[in-house]
Each structure stands twice: as structure tokens, then as C-alpha cells.
Design a protein around this ligand. Structure first.
Ligand code: NAD
Ligand code: UDP
Length: 317
């Protein structure tokens, strides 16, 4: 099949492109390289089944494809808040463009949504029928509300135009190829620990997250895209919940670092708790996360060690 992956040079997108090539598909990667990098897809550039087009999805594009994975959007709060208007445009205009394309060429389209649609959740763990608790005017709104509109657009194109859609609500995902300067907690803590710098815990560290290894997530995306699955949103994440303070200690232990933990201001609207209810993914897709957090973190730590040791660690976080 011809598969279009927007955001394919990013962290998750590059793993997805790799998996799709392995599965025998022709992959077209569209990326504006804002947070993505050609380095992430270096190993694919020689394949005759892989093509990269430098393109911004807020502009329309005409091409032939059978499947679209719409992943283009910065995912780290630091990066999506850098140019919030652009973030909204990517989620709204970019999603309209990809839905227009899907409609025209009759392609199935999967939208990467997020656990952020639940905002600072009042229901725990979060199941798909929870409508969320989102601040519409805060500093995270460009992303949270942008993704909520993207979901609305998906459902409306589906109901109005019969577009074949999938929506995945991705919970915190980590692994090799997260950018060194990404600003998210996993890469920050690992890089700080490896450099012997202070580990920056925001707030008191009692807020929780549940971390999913990237290979598990990619498997979930592939399964969700298959025939016969439904248009309703599906959570994909690892329910293993941890406080951020516990997580910092874990990274220090796994890296054998001498770093100290320091506490810094909590950014506004930082969700206090987050854990996916994955009943739906288990029932509908037969999906379960397989990689436990310790194994996933060890692989991620090895990756960052390699990056730092090969002189590519010159980016500041
Ligand atoms: P990332 O920042 O590494 O990748 C995003 C990619 O999209 C980058 O390659 C970037 O250059 C590209 N991009 C951004 N804006 C674009 C535009 N306007 N046009 C074309 N390309 C553009 O982030 P990621 O972690 O790989 O996330 C991928 C997707 O998954 C995003 O949609 C994100 O919202 C979603 N998601 C990720 C997580 C996570 O924990 N990683 C959690 C929830 C949702
Ligand atoms: N966080 C932290 N130190 C950091 C980066 C993040 O304590 O250096 C916290 C952040 O405040 C949040 C959690 O870690 O409570 C997860 O942050 P991240 O940006 O990775 O993802 P998100 O908040 O979008 O889930």
C-alpha cells in the first residue's frame, strides 16, 4: 500500500515509517522539520520505498495514497508553546487539508490525538467516554483545544462525507529518537542524569504520568489502522502510573548518576494525574503494552548515551 505519514521525521513518526517499510509498504513522509530531523530517517533515505517531502501541512497538497497517518504537530509543551498560533493552525488547517485529501482519494486516515484532550482530568483513569476538563484559554490550549478540534473535524468528515477515519488518543510515549532538546520529562531527566546535571522536577513532583514505550505505541497504530475497526477514539498508552518524583529517582538509579533533584515552578495547567484506561484497545484491537518501563528506559538511556558520546549532544535543553 501507499502510506502517507505526516510528521514522519519526528520521534513517533520515524518509528512508524520504519515499521511500515518493514511491513512492505511504500511510505511517503511529509514533514516541515520543525521538531523532526532527517537524522531520524537517515536509515530509510536509501530505500526505494521511502520518500521525504519537505512540506508544511497547513498548505494543501495533492498526491495519491491509500492510508494517511496524520502525526504532524509538535508534541512537547516547550515546542508547541513556542509558536502557539502555528500549533493551532497545524491541528486545524493541517487536519482539514489531510481530511480533504483523504476524501478526494478515498484513503483511510488516522489522526494522532492525545491524552491532553482530557485536560486536568477529574476522572481517573481516563476512559474514552470522559469529555475532559480543559482550560480553553491557557498556555496548553493551543495544543489541547487544537487536538479536540482535530477530533471534531475527523468525526464531522466521517459523518458528513463518509471518510474512513481512526482516532488514537496517545498517552505519554518515550523511546530512542526523542530530540535532545525536546523539553519533555523523559529526555530532560535522562540527559540531565547522564551529564551529571541537576534533575529538574517541576512542582512537588506528586503529579503523575504513565509512560508507554514507542514500539508498543506503533504496534497500536498499525492495529488500529486495520480493516474493520471503528471511528471512535481509542486510548493507547501504558497504564503503569508513576509520580514525576518517583520517576526522577528511577532515572538516577538506572543511570547510576550523581545528579541531585531540584524543584522548580510548576508550569500552569500542568495536569495532576494521568493514566489511560485501555479496556477499549484490549477489546477492540487485542492490544496490550509489552515493554515494561525498566526495559524501555534502559533502551532509551543507551540511545542518549550514544548521542552524547558521538558529539551530537551540543543542543541545549
Ligand atoms: P515530534 O515533535 O517528535 O514530531 C512531530 C513531527 O511533526 C516533527 O517531525 C515535526 O517537524 C513535524 N511537524 C510539526 N508541525 C508540522 C507541520 N505544520 N507540517 C509538517 N510537519 C510538521 O512529536 P512526536 O512525539 O513524534 O508526536 C507525534 C504525534 O503524536 C503528534 O501529533 C503528537 O501530538 C502526538 N502525540 C505524541 C505524544 C507523545 O508522548 N510523544 C503524546 C500524545 C500525542
Ligand atoms: N516535568 C518535570 N521536569 C522536566 C520536564 C517535565 O518535572 O524537566 C514534568 C511536567 O511538569 C509534567 C510531567 O513532567 O508534570 C510530564 O511533562 P511532559 O512535558 O513530558 O509531558 P506532558 O505534561 O505533556 O504530559
Amino acid at each position: 500500500m501507499r502510506v502517507l505519514v505526516t510528521g514522519g521525521a519526528g520521534f513517533i513518526g520515524s518509528h512508524l515509517c520504519e515499521r511500515l517499510i518493514q511491513d512492505g509498504h511504500d511510505v511517503l513522509c511529509l514533514d516541515n522539520l520543525f521538531t523532526g530531523s532527517k537524522r531520524n530517517i537517515d536509515q530509510l533515505l536509501d530505500s526505494h520505498r521511502f520518500e521525504l517531502i519537505r512540506h508544511d501541512i497547513i498548505e494543501p497538497i495533492l498526491l495519491e495514497t491509500d492510508r494517511i497517518f496524520n502525526l504532524a504537530c509538535p508534541a512537547s509543551p516547550v515546542h508547541y508553546q513556542y509558536n502557539p498560533v502555528k500549533t493551532i493552525k497545524t491541528n486545524v488547517m493541517g487536519t482539514i487539508n489531510m481530511l480533504g485529501l483523504a476524501k478526494r482519494v478515498k484513503a483511510r486516515i488516522l489522526q494522532a490525538s492525545t491524552s491532553e484532550v482530557y485536560g486536568d482530568p477529574l476522572v481517573h483513569p481516563q476512559c474514552e467516554n470522559y469529555w475532559g476538563n480543559v482550560n480553553p484559554i491557557g498556555i496548553r490550549s493551543c495544543y489541547d483545544e487544537g487536538k479536540r478540534v482535530a477530533e471534531t473535524l475527523m468525526m464531522d468528515y466521517h459523518r458528513q462525507n463518509g471518510v474512513d477515519i481512526r482516532i488514537v488518543r496517545i498517552f505519554n510515549t518515550y523511546g530512542p529518537r526523542m530530540a535532545l532538546n525536546d523539553g519533555r520529562v523523559v529526555s530532560n531527566f535522562i540527559v540531565q542524569a547522564l551529564r551529571g546535571e541537576d534533575i529538574t522536577v517541576y512542582g512537588d513532583g506528586q503529579q503523575t504520568r504513565s509512560f508507554c514505550y514507542v514500539d508498543d505505541l506503533v504496534e497500536g497504530l498499525i492495529l488500529l489502522m486495520k480493516d474493520g475497526n471503528c471511528a471512535e477514539p481509542v486510548n493507547i498508552g501504558n497504564p503503569a502510573e508513576t509520580s514525576i518524583l518517583e520517576f526522577a529517582t528511577r532515572i538516577i538509579d538506572l543511570t547510576g548518576s550523581s545528579s541531585r533533584i531540584v524543584f522548580m515552578d510548576l508550569p500552569s495547567d500542568d495536569p495532576r494525574q494521568r493514566q489511560p484506561d485501555i479496556t477499549q484497545a484490549r477489546r477492540m484491537l487485542g492490544w496490550n503494552p509489552r515493554v515494561d518501563v525498566e526495559t524501555g528506559l534502559k533502551k532509551t538511556i543507551e540511545y542518549f548515551e550514544r548521542i552524547l558520546n558521538t558529539g551530537r549532544g551540543d543542543l541545549d535543553i
